[in-house]
Design a protein around this ligand. Structure first.
Ligand code: NAD
Length: 211
């Protein structure tokens, strides 16, 4: 079974992965987080966030092809595609304080992906990050790799809190950018994920941007 994993069980990671799991029953989706209380809540009757429609989607898939876990390294190692949706708060000190995004969590996630991976992976950044972050992540991943190919894609999130599920079922835009590598072109799982994100190739607002 094709496996995807999302690092970060927050406002973006949780609902997005739940909708992917619902739309792609043949894909196993794991949402992982270092925050145990958050994962416990995702596995309970009281989800950690409220979004209209989210409870229904989670109930339909949880335990079937949707799993919430703190075993971050195991699920990342097993995944064909890793989404990264960790928090990127505004820096409070140093260069760019009050303006720039703090990429500490993102960098730590990228290092962990590099450390635990034993097979080729597509890594999709969903966090809000500055332009060129994908290139920095690519450097972290390729510097550490042990003959493993990482394909880095950017899939910026346009979710609005309060309408997340409605937006995921019917997005007015989906933007995915990356290099058009053979891995991306030929990966059927990636094609399914694109569909599950609501991307329709004929819609000009649903773009795969090649750089
Ligand atoms: N919330 C929104 O409406 C929204 C909309 C568009 C974009 N975004 C962006 O999406 C990204 C995620 O936002 P969010 O609101 O889901 O954040 P969030 O704070 O709700 O969740 C992020 C989660 O990532 C986890 N995490 C951090 N580092 C980790 C690691 N190394 N391993 C495992 N888990 C880790 C944290 O414990 C946390 O639970 C941010 O960059 C944000 O700016 C958010």
């Amino acid at each position: 079974m094709v496996k995807i994993c999302c690092i970060g069980a927050g406002y973006v990671g949780g609902p997005t992965m739940a909708v992917i799991a619902l739309k792609c029953p043949e894909i196993e989706v794991a949402v992982v987080d270092i925050a145990t209380p958050r994962i416990n809540a995702w596995n309970s009757d009281h989800l950690p966030i409220y979004e209209p429609g989210l409870d229904d989607v989670v109930k339909k898939c949880r335990g079937k092809n949707l799993f919430f876990s703190t075993d971050v390294e195991k699920h990342v190692a097993e995944a064909n595609i890793v989404f990264v949706s960790v928090n990127t708060p505004t820096k409070t000190q140093g260069l760019g304080a009050g303006e720039a995004a703090d990429l500490t969590y993102w960098e730590s996630a990228a290092r962990m992906i590099a450390d635990v991976s034993k097979s080729d992976k597509i890594v999709v950044e969903k966090s809000t990050v500055p332009v060129k972050t994908a290139e920095a992540i690519e450097r972290i991943l390729t510097h550490n790799r042990k003959g493993i190919n990482f394909t880095i894609l950017s899939n910026p999130e346009f979710l609005a809190e309060g309408t997340a599920i409605k937006d995921l079922f019917n997005p007015d835009r989906v933007l995915i950018g990356g290099r058009e590598t053979p891995e991306v072109k030929s990966d059927p799982c990636f094609e399914r994920c694109l569909c599950s994100l609501g991307a329709v190739r004929s819609n000009p607002l649903h773009q795969f941007v090649v750089c």
